[in-house]
Design a protein. Sequence first.
Length: 258
Amino acid sequence: MGIVVVSGTGTEIGKTVVTAAVAAVATAAGRSVAVLKPAQTGIGPDERGDADEVVRLSGAVASTELGRFPEPLAPGTAARRAGLAPVGALEVAEAARKLAASHDLVLVEGAGGLLVRFDAEGGTLADAAALLGAPVLVVAPAGLGTLNATALTAEALRARGIEQLGVVVGSWPAAPDLAARCNLADLPEAAGAPLLGAVPEGSGALDPAEFRAAAGGWLGPALGGTWDAAEFGGRFAPGPVAPWGVAPGSVVPGVATP
C-alpha cells in the first residue's frame, strides 16, 4: 500500500488521530511516511493543522498541506468564501504521487466525509482516490447513527470501483453504551468490509511517546498492528435482552442470568 486515503463518515470523528496511529505503526516498522492534507479548514495561517498533528503524534517524516481556508466549512465553500483558489482532485492525486516517489507510505487525510466538495466542479476525495487507484480506510464513530453513514460511504466507494480497506472506530468511548457495543458486530456488515481497529477516546491528548507505544494495539494486522477484532468484540459484547416489562439485571424464573 504505497498510498492510502483516509476518509470519515463525517467530521470530528477521529480521522486525524487514526491517521496518526497508522503512521506511527508504519514508522515504527521502519517505513518512511508522508502525510498529505488536501484542504485544511477552520484554522488560521499560523496554527498547527491536522497534518502537523499527525507528524507530532506519530513521528512521520513529512507533511504537506495543499490549501488552507479560515472558516470551518466544506473545502469548496470555505475556499469560495475566502476568495481563494480551491484544491481539485487532480491536484491531490498529483501531490500524492509525488510524495509516493520518495516515501514508502503516503496517507491522504480527507476533510469531513468522502463526498464533501473540494471545488465548484464537484470534485471530492473519492475522485482523488479513483485517480490514484488507492484504497480508502473509513473512520467511523462508535455510537448510534454510525451504521447508516458507514453503509452510505461503502456504497459510494463500491459505485466508483474504489477498494475499501476496512473501518476503524475513531474514538472508542471509555464507557461504551449499548449501541456502541452492538456496532462492533454490525459495522463490518454495514461496511461490507472488516473492522480494523478502535482508537480509544482521548488518544490524541497523549504524549507522543505514549501514543506511538500504544498505537499498534489499536489497529489490526492489516494496518500493521496487533488489535484483534474478535477478542475486542467479545470483551464488549452486550448481554442478552431482558423480557418486556423486566428491568435489566432482575432475576426472572426460568431465564438464565448473564
